[in-house]
Design a protein around this ligand. Sequence first.
Ligand code: C5P
Length: 237
Amino acid sequence: MKERIIVALDTDSPEAALRTVAALSGEVGLFKVGLELFPRGGPDLIGKIREAGAEVFLDLKFHDIPNTVAGAVRSAVSLGVTFATVHASGGKAMLAAAAEAASGTRTTLLAVTVLTSLDDADLSAIGFALPTADAVARLAELAVRAGIGGIVCSAKEVAGLRSRVGEKVVLVTPGVRLPEDSPGDQKRVVTPSEAVRSGADYLVVGRPITKAPDPVAAARRFAAEMGRAAARGGTSG
Ligand code: C5P
């Protein structure tokens, strides 16, 4: 189960990120490097995380014309990352170009559908007519049809998307909290066992592990709760 935990390295300090990797690399599956950390740490940091024996999720949410996104994906692939993100709202041609650029490599692309910071009123203001849940479903199906291997979705959306996109598509969910954790700024949280039972393949966890007094113990509690859920609920892996 621990391989299915992705720890979000939400810091602007490459040194702090590498300390977290050193402490947790035997306890979790991957580390997520995103928009705050990558401009500071760059490819060098990705290389160091991989040299430490850990796998990387590069969360830069590419969204541009197809030719540019294909190039960005090739650059991400060249870093040997396991996962990289694109925005599903970049459209069919962009998604297909991204999928083609990652095809045959060790990198699986994940599509971001609707950011969880947006609600129905926000979508309407930017000209999206559909309610959020329908927009998420439509964008996920568009991405999967274009050959994207996985979807990042909120924990509340996992079960609905699993039945739409089938078993092979990787579903990655943030917003996970142990029952005893503070939700922080996350509004719609689920527990690790709820996430696993809903069909999530990977759980992105930031502060409940990185800011815990004992991050190793916190990671082990997540893995244990996921394991109990899988044993009860009969999910694979
Ligand atoms: O600290 P916490 O567990 O809330 O961190 C969750 C991580 O998942 C952060 O890196 C955040 O940017 C990311 N994320 C999220 N909600 C989404 C997509 C990504 O919290 N819908």
